[in-house]
Design a protein around this ligand. Structure first.
Ligand code: ZN
Ligand code: ZN
Length: 358
């Protein structure tokens, strides 16, 4: 079967690979669609360390083909989303309702330490234990969430990572209140999802900030009320709100932008760091001003979501016409066009590109 393999830093190609069947507590899935996410790029360029060679992809949906011993929550024929964060239900975090922090290691091989994927004689890792950029996937059952067959799988795929992260940042992490003011820095896939989350939560005013006019136009379609270029953001927001916004989100992964988001957050307000930046990039907070401001700065991992609960909830919002998933898929590629999909992502062409297998 075909799969997108990252062989080493900055070197990917579509290869004909082999896939072993599912062992105990594993599921084999025929892929329908996979989102092309910035985190895939970050694996390619080394920002997110994962072992090479590796099959990319961690934001997908498909149909269950086969289940291994002991798997009871899904069966062949079920439609599923694969969550890049597992949900073991037993670790410290899962037990206390923080499934987004599940302690089961993700990345590389299956939970028993072996690989199901091979290129010739070489074992391949699978990104987040998923490797969704392939025609078929074998992954741990704790990453698999059953969904309604009424939702198109191409739209559902985005829920495996970016949409849950962005919408969850607004609904779960920040708990945006109706009538509040919101600023979202960065209008890529996650930023657009954050804007949608703020809109769903009933925010009165949503400032979208980006460098690109095209992305700002896109932000408007999804509910942004004010479109700002980065250099004018602080002055305009402070003038419009007089005290700063109730909630500011950083959806890029840049320490300087997190600081800019904190600067436009009102006293007592909340700044949420959603984007994942470089290991060497540090956010500075002032030791005098920060405590006196009463602001909250919080990190947002996977939209503070519980996949088993939040995936169906997000799909209900979609079915109710409140969450636009189809509009986010601005371009569809075949697996052979994977390189073009990544080139477009780097250029910022799409809210979300999707590789479709259908
Ligand atoms: Zn992702
Ligand atoms: Zn867990």
């Amino acid at each position: 079967m075909k799969a997108v393999v990252a062989h080493e830093l900055n070197k990917i190609s579509v290869e004909d690979v082999t896939l072993d069947g599912p062992k105990a507590q594993e599921v084999r899935i025929k892929m329908a669609a996979v989102g092309v996410c910035h985190s895939d790029l970050s694996v390619i360029n080394g920002t997110i360390p994962q072992p090479f060679p590796i099959v990319l992809g961690h934001e997908g949906a498909g149909v269950v083909e086969e289940v291994g011993e002991g798997v009871t929550h899904v069966a062949p024929g079920d439609h599923v989303i694969m969550s890049f964060v597992p949900n073991c239900g037993r670790c410290f975090h899962c037990v206390r309702g923080e499934a987004f922090l599940c302690a089961v290691p993700r990345g590389g091989k299956m939970l028993d330490g072996t690989a199901r994927l091979k290129l010739g004689d070489t074992e391949l890792a699978a990104m987040c234990s998923l490797g969704n950029m392939a025609e078929d996937v074998v992954c741990p059952s704790i990453n698999v969430v059953k969904i309604s067959k009424k939702v198109p799988l191409r739209a559902a795929a985005l829920v495996g990572c970016g949409v849950t992260t962005g919408v969850g940042a607004a609904l779960n992490t920040a708990k945006v209140e109706p009538g509040s003011t919101v600023a979202v820095f960065g209008c890529g896939g996650v930023g657009i999802a954050t804007i949608q989350g703020a809109r769903i939560a009933g925010a009165a005013r949503i400032f979208a900030i980006d460098l690109s006019d095209e992305k700002l136009e896109l932000a408007k379609q999804f509910g942004a009320t004010d479109l700002l270029k980065a250099d004018e953001a602080q002055a305009t927001i402070m003038e419009a709100t007089r005290r700063g916004v109730d909630y500011a989100f950083e959806a890029i992964g840049n320490a300087g932008v997190v600081e800019a988001a904190m600067n436009v957050t009102r006293r007592g307000g909340t700044t949420v760091a959603v984007g994942v930046g470089k290991f060497t990039d540090n956010v500075k907070v002032n030791a005098l001003a920060f405590p006196l401001s009463g602001k909250t700065l919080c990190g947002c991992m996977f939209g503070s979501a519980n996949p088993a609960h939040d995936f169906p909830r997000l799909l209900e919002l979609y079915r109710g016409g409140k969450l636009d998933l189809e509009g986010m898929v601005t371009k569809t590629y075949t697996i052979d066009e994977a390189q073009a999909a990544f080139d477009d992502l780097e250029k910022g062409v799409n809210a979300r590109g999707v590789i479709s297998f259908e």
